[in-house]
Write a protein of this length. Structure first.
Length: 186
């Protein structure tokens, strides 16, 4: 069986699209997914399945809409893909340390996209880069580094215009999910 991480977009944010994680676990287990685990309330799920990514994405989105009466985008990554995301951060230790020292809250985030957009679409983000916020694109991920805050970020707001569903997670969350995945491999 393959270990997957499912990241739901816009769940339990600002009092909207509320889903209790215990109910979500039950729902996913009823679909035949195995060893389902959730992390915090923002829709981070680790599970095992023999199905492929595209099939799982469609099934999970459909089940959530049927059960909770709203639609959400589901972004999936395999355990190996998540490990590569964490291991291959394109920002240097120096860049991350400088940002962390200045940032209000978290400084490093990753936007996970359903599909990799064309390069010219990604390059539209360049006009939103500045001394306080920057990005580096790697396939279906956009790594974001903030020297102030993600709140009110013009760069982060542009990610929704890339023509593909996207969800953003902070670096701490991705590392925790990677740790959960690694314990499942034992």
């Amino acid at each position: 069986m393959m270990i997957y991480v499912a990241l739901l977009r816009g769940v339990n944010v600002g009092g909207k699209n509320k889903i209790k994680m215990a109910e979500l676990r039950d729902l996913l287990e009823s679909m035949g997914l195995k060893r389902v685990r959730t992390y915090i309330q923002s829709g981070n799920i680790v599970f095992e399945s023999n199905d492929n990514e595209e099939s799982l994405q469609i099934q999970i989105e459909k089940k959530i809409e049927e059960e909770f009466n709203f639609s959400v985008s589901v972004i999936l990554r395999t355990a190996l893909e998540l490990e590569k995301i964490v291991q291959n951060c394109p920002f240097s230790e120096k860049e991350m340390s400088e940002a962390e020292a200045l940032a209000v809250g978290e400084s490093l985030y990753v936007a996970l996209l359903l599909k990799s957009p064309p390069q010219e679409t990604i390059e539209r983000l360049n006009k939103y880069k500045n001394e306080y916020e920057t990005y580096k694109n790697e396939n279906r991920e956009v790594y974001l580094l903030f020297y102030n805050s993600i709140r009110n970020s013009k760069l982060a707001n542009q990610l929704q215009k890339l023509g593909t569903p996207v969800t953003i997670r902070n670096w701490r969350t991705l590392n925790k999910l990677n740790t959960i995945v690694s314990t499942m491999n034992i």
